[in-house]
Ligand binder design. Structure first.
Ligand code: PRX
Length: 634
């Protein structure tokens, strides 16, 4: 550790020997300063590490803020860097992706093989009429074909919209409708905890609700019987065997600012936001952040244990590791199947060197005790990481001692679907404090400010803002530029700052501690959910007149959903009705949105303007004092 930060005032961990000496970033302070002194020069230098068909004219075009453009005029394609360039080098025979299915089946794909599969599927999609700019919805479990489908879309210039496999038919239908996808790629099912998740059934129902889909391509994964509709549904493997699926597929030359993908995420309203990322800046940002934060080297075996259906998987399972020519690992199923040592067993077996996961997964595995990880040789690990929510110190320490054997720094990365990549994060040379995401990544001008935009003093809560654009930022909300402006740029419009939607504070060492959301967004097992989505799921049941949903703390999941419901006249409150409502939410939104507890009430506390006072409900649910009720509607 260099002398970047003053001595600790709290618990403080220094990197083990060898970590700093060999790391990509040795002098964070100097690099950070350089980036702030000349932001454009800094990012231009990073962009030069990638291949471009044609160079850019302007690094940052802010003439139409907040619709920023990066590397305008530049021509590229993310697959040029993730695949095409590697197959021309020694890396063609390097393993790009190792995969293990929950039942124990295994696949390894070299760069050459992955490139071919992507080319073949790109040709299949083209033959199905998918053109540059078209959207393709992907709804699958964690299997290599998911990455292949994403990369194939990117390669032919189509925009993918991956919908997490845990969403229900209604949620999927809404996302298909919003993206207007005519082609959908899915699987018959997925393995989870030894059971089949019936993905194709959900797809059939969703397409029934949103008939814009004309073609469904189905990967055979679980092999159980499913309904295939003639003329609409095709088996992936059949198509990949046709002569049209040639292993040579021309990569579409894209503008840096052409869209790469839409990823729906939750906001304050019931309608999910289609966060749009583009081809050029995104590549530069995610490859730089992964290389520097997780210090990726050719000999590493990188495991990001997220789902590719979330931004973490997009950026750090699929795109960034491939751009860096790394070897990534992906696992299909549950961490504790068939036993709670599954993850540790795979780390040992594959020699995983870097593990990146979420606090909820750590807490979930910690529950089973130390004996499970201790049965395995985890000495291959050299770095660890977390993302998704603040990590509680107890889980941090367990991760550090029992998994990392006190040798592996933990990179607590704060970022969002909207930011594309890590924003507030250590690099391996940092001194660490459990629970703090530490400092902004180079090129990120972050601050914590009060209502008026003044930097708050250490120890005080404020709004986390980003004061200057960065290449990985979202470009808009798909089809709703007003929402983009309103949501992220209106609070500090005068200053032109990005509002992250999180509260945070500095400590005396200038480290940043992210506290949580300032809006009605919940984090349940690290998944982001809008209270409004769950509420609209509940009120779509005929017995529910009104509902209010809050998150209450949970030891493993971070938060669980607590739902208050007012029933319509004539509906009888009962335990059966609670179960029925839970099932209804499972069906309407998805299993992740199912309330842990439902309470029937006669009224809900509201302000005079009719806004539900969640603060009061939260206190009530936890048996805490309800605080100031002076603004309550009487
Ligand atoms: O509240 C912050 C929390 O997750 C939100 C973003 O969620 P999502 O878009 O689903 O992206 C998650 C994966 C990047 C943030 O607004 N969050 C994410 N990482 C952290 C975090 N909170 C504290 N510490 C983190 N490391």
């Amino acid at each position: 550790m260099s002398d970047e930060f003053s001595p600790p005032t709290s618990e403080w961990y220094y990197p083990a020997n060898g970590v700093v000496e060999n790391a990509h970033v040795k002098d964070y302070k100097a690099i950070y300063k350089e980036s702030m002194d000349d932001l454009e020069a800094f990012w231009a230098k990073r962009a030069e590490t990638l291949d471009w068909y044609e160079p850019w004219d302007t690094v940052l075009d802010d003439s139409n803020a907040p619709f920023f453009k990066w590397f305008s005029g530049g021509k590229t394609n993310v697959t040029l860097n993730a695949l095409d360039r590697h197959v021309k080098t020694w890396r063609r025979n390097k393993i790009a992706m190792i995969w293990e299915g929950e039942p124990g089946d295994k696949v390894s794909l070299s760069y050459w093989r992955l490139w071919q599969e992507v080319n073949k599927f790109g040709n299949v999609l083209r033959s199905m009429g998918v053109k540059k700019g078209d959207t393709v919805t992907i709804y699958m479990g964690r299997i290599p074909e998911l990455a292949i489908a994403m990369l194939a879309c990117a390669k032919i210039g189509a925009v993918h919209s991956v919908v997490y496999g845990g969403f229900s038919d209604q949620a999927l239908a809404d996302r298909i409708e919003d993206a207007q996808s005519r082609v959908l790629v899915t699987a018959d099912g997925a393995w989870l905890r030894g059971n089949i998740v019936h993905l194709k059934d959900v797809v059939d129902e969703a397409v029934h609700r949103s008939p814009v889909v004309e073609t469904i391509i189905v990967v055979r994964r679980t092999g159980h019987d499913i309904r295939m509709e003639q003329g609409r549904d095709y088996w992936y493997h059949d198509l990949m065997n046709l002569p049209i699926a040639s292993p040579i597929c021309e990569t579409e030359v894209m503008d840096a600012e052409d869209p790469l993908f839409i990823l729906y995420t939750s906001g304050t309203t019931g309608k999910p936001k289609g966060v749009l990322h583009t081809q050029g800046g995104y590549q530069v940002y995610i490859s730089t952040t992964l290389e520097w934060v997780f210090d990726i080297k050719d000999e590493d075996r990188w495991w990001c244990a997220a789902d590719p259906g979330w931004i973490t998987g997009h950026s750090y399972i699929v795109y960034a590791p491939l751009i860096l020519g790394a070897t990534g690992f992906m696992y299909e199923g549950a961490p504790n199947f068939p036993y709670p040592n599954r993850w540790w067993k795979m780390i040992e077996e594959y020699g995983i060197t870097i593990l990146y996961t979420a606090p909820t997964a750590i807490r979930g595995l910690m529950r089973f005790g130390d004996a499970w990880p201790k049965r395995h040789n985890l000495s291959s690990l050299r770095l660890l990481g977390t993302v998704g929510e603040p990590i509680n110190p107890e889980a941090w320490r367990w991760y550090h001692t029992v998994i990392g054997k006190e040798q592996c720094p933990i990179m607590d990365t704060w970022w969002q679907t909207e930011t594309g990549g890590f924003m507030i994060t250590p690099v391996p040379s940092f001194g660490l404090k459990p629970g703090s995401a530490t400092r902004p990544f180079p090129g990120i001008d972050a601050d914590i400010v009060d209502e008026d935009g003044n930097t708050v003093p250490p120890g005080e809560d404020g709004f986390l803002v980003i004061k200057r654009p960065w290449p990985g930022m979202l470009r808009t909300v798909y089809g709703d530029p007003e929402r983009y402006k309103e949501q992220y740029w209106s609070k500090y419009q005068k200053q032109g700052w990005y509002l992250a939607g999180d509260s945070a504070r500095f400590d005396d060492d200038n480290y940043i501690w992210v506290i949580g959301r300032i809006d009605d967004v919940l984090k349940v097992s690290g998944y982001r959910l809008g209270t409004a989505e769950v509420e609209s799921g509940l009120v779509s049941h005929p017995a529910v007149a009104e509902s209010a949903v809050i998150g209450i703390p949970d030891e493993v999941k971070g938060n669980v959903i607590y739902a208050y419901c007012i029933l319509v006249a004539g509906a009888e409150p009962s335990e059966d009705l609670k179960d029925e409502l839970k099932n209804h939410v499972r069906h309407e939104v998805g299993p992740i949105a199912v309330p842990a507890k439902i309470e029937f009430v006669e009224t809900l506390p509201k302000t005079r303007s009719g806004k539900i006072m969640r603060r009061v409900l939260k206190a009530r649910a936890q048996g805490l004092p309800e605080g100031d009720l002076s603004t309550l509607e009487r």
